[in-house]
Each structure stands twice: as C-alpha cells, then as structure tokens.
Design a protein around this ligand. Structure first.
Ligand code: KG4
Ligand code: ZN
Length: 339
C-alpha cells in the first residue's frame, strides 16, 4: 500500500511516499528556517504564506523522486494537529482536495504520535510493546506508555515550555539565531558545565512532569549578573556563551533522562522510543546510551527526527488499517490534541 504523507504543522513543508508503513520511497522537506531565523522563533503568518508557495512543488518533487504518479497512491495522510492553525489548514485542505479529486481515502494523523512512530519505522527488527515513548520536540515534551501503535497512556508532560522551546529561548538570550538547539549543542562542546549550577524544575506531586521555564529564567539571571546594563548578549565572550550552553544543556538533558528512566521503571517498559527534533542532540544520545543499560533504545534514523512527512505517511498507513477506512472529509484541524 502506497501512502502519500503531507506535513505542514509548523515551519516545514514536507511530503513523502511510504510503502506499507515502512519503506520510504521519497521524503522531501522544505525548511523555513531562513524565514524565521531573524525573529528568534516561528512567525505564523510568514509560515502560512511559505506553505502555500512551496507545497505543490514539494509534492511534485516527492512524486518524481519516488517515480510514481498520483493515481498510484492508495491513501492520503495528513498531519491534522497539533500545530499552528493556519499552517495546519493548508496541509489538510490540500490533502482533502487531492483525496476528492483522485477519489482516494484520506486520513488525519497526530503529528506528536508520528514523532514516536518515526523511531519505530526506523527499526529493521519488529518492536515489542509496551514501550515508553519520549517525545522531545519544539512544541511538545511528554512521556507516554505505548501498548501498541495507536494505544497510548500519558505518564508525564511539560507544564510550561517544551524542551526544544527551552533550547530555542536560551539560544535567543545568548543572541543566537533560531532554531537554537543545534547552536547550543555546538557551543556546549567547548563549555564548562560546572561554572553554573542550573536545574530543571520539579512539579509538585507530579514527579514525572517537566518544567523548563524556571531553568530558562535562571539562565537569564546568570546573564544579567554578567551584564546588567545590556542584555543583548553582545558583550558576552564566546567562553561565557559556551559555559552557559553546557550548563543549561546538562541540566535539561539530565532531567529528561532521569524522568524517562523513572517512567520506564514505573510502567514496566524495557524499550524506550525517542522522537522529535531534540533527539538530534548527540549529547542526549550519549547520556541515554550510558545510563539506560539493559533497556532497548529506539531512535529515529537520519532525516526522521525533525518534522517530516515520512513519519506521517508511515503512521497514516496504520491509522487507515486500524480504522478499516479513511476519515470523513469534515475532519477538522486541531491545534491541540490530548494523548
Ligand atoms: O520536532 P521538531 O522538528 O518540531 C516540532 O514538532 O516542534 O523539533 C524542533 C526543535 C527545535 O526547538 C530545535 O531547536 C530542536 O528541535 N533541536 C535541537 C537540536 N536539533 C533540533 N535541540 C537540541 N539539540 C539539537 N541538536
Ligand atoms: Zn514536530
């Protein structure tokens, strides 16, 4: 079964063709980083305009790289949320239009679930459930018990900023462009993490929830102490920036690994499934591999960590099979979806 996936939840316009939920025939991503870099975050209006401009060329490239024509597609899958409302509407309307014009079934896919599916579709071997899913993206941070594809129980989530958002906000404080995650990771390589003692937050009576906003404020105060007149970070030395990055990254990642391991134990899961853009962070991977001895760890393969449509097409295949049919044409965009 050939599934066309369409992804426009935030600042990537992407299409992919995936066979039987696993075999990626093409995976084309048009990133908008250039558009948003100078604003330190995604500007929704600009994002929508770019999706409109590039979606059809991205689709054409996707079909041509897979060497298939539209009529060979069996199902059209689209990320229907969570995400920016305008951006979602562009992908959903395009998917519905294609489905109507081609008389093919259409399915809506949860973008956050698809981030976890990205690691599952990356494995050569069968994945055994239950697994503990760890979502680490720019918009979401969650621990989820996965009993099967499509059967999830929320174990913990962030009460304020998502982890990727925290990386991006700290980067902005340091005067670095969006997205800040990769910049912080690169700076941290040369930094002394012991110079600042940052800690991620604890949530009262919810030990497996996350809180990163206090950590971000602690970074702000550390910078203010260095430079109380001018917070543009222009006169911070490269060493200051590297030390702050290393200390922040260590605090944030330690908190994630601590809680993920505690959640795996609590839910009797021997397999950890990681998803989302922050899984590109090599220090996170080193920490997990060191500390999660005896557990099976699944990571998304290259190209499937950041937003992409292969994960949407892959999970779309299972959504279609599980329901035995497509979704109705009146399926709406959802800016938030609870697990
Ligand atoms: O999953 P994703 O592509 O988008 C959302 O669904 O939100 O994740 C993007 C996020 C951004 O916040 C970005 O800064 C972060 O992933 N990120 C990283 C790294 N690469 C991307 N964070 C830390 N270290 C990285 N190497
Ligand atoms: Zn995402």
């Amino acid at each position: 079964m050939l599934v066309l996936g369409i992804e426009t939840t935030c600042d990537e316009t992407a299409c992919a063709i995936v066979r039987d939920g696993k075999e990626i025939l093409s995976n084309v991503i048009s990133s908008q980083i250039d558009l948003h870099a100078e604003y330190g975050g995604v500007v929704p209006e600009l994002s929508c305009r770019r999706h409109v401009d590039v979606l059809i060329p991205v689709l054409q490239q996707t079909l041509s790289e897979a060497n298939i024509s539209l009529d060979m597609i069996d199902v059209i899958a689209v990320a229907y949320g969570p995400g920016l409302i305008g951006a979602l509407l562009i992908g959903i309307t395009s998917a519905k239009t294609l489905a109507l014009a081609l008389n093919k079934p259409f399915v809506g896919v949860n973008h956050v679930e698809a981030h976890l599916y990205a690691a599952i579709m990356s494995q050569a071997q069968q994945v055994e459930f239950p697994c503990l899913g760890v979502v680490l993206s720019g918009g979401h941070t969650a621990l989820v018990r996965m009993d099967d594809i499509g059967t999830y129980t929320l174990i913990g989530e962030t009460v304020d900023d998502a982890i990727g958002e925290a990386f991006d906000k700290v980067a902005k404080l340091l005067g670095l462009p969006y997205p800040g995650g990769p910049q912080i990771e690169a700076l941290a390589l040369h930094g002394d993490r012991h110079r600042f003692s940052f800690k991620a937050g604890k949530v009262k009576e919810r030990p497996l929830d996350f809180s990163f906003s206090g950590l971000k404020t602690a970074v702000l105060y550390a910078l203010k102490g260095q430079n109380s007149q001018d917070l543009t970070a222009k006169i911070l030395s490269e060493k200051d920036k590297a030390d702050v990055s290393a200390a922040f990254q260590h605090a944030a990642l330690t908190d994630i690994v601590d809680k993920a391991l505690a959640a795996a134990q609590k839910t009797n899961c021997r397999t950890l499934v990681f998803g989302g853009g922050v899984t590109n962070n090599q220090q996170l991977r080193r920490m997990v591999n060191e500390r999660a001895q005896g557990l099976r760890i699944l990571w998304p393969s290259l190209g499937l960590s950041l937003d992409n449509a292969a994960m949407i097409a892959g999970l779309g295949y299972h959504c279609y099979l599980n329901k035995g049919k497509g979704d109705p044409m009146d399926l709406e965009a959802a800016t938030r979806i609870a697990f």
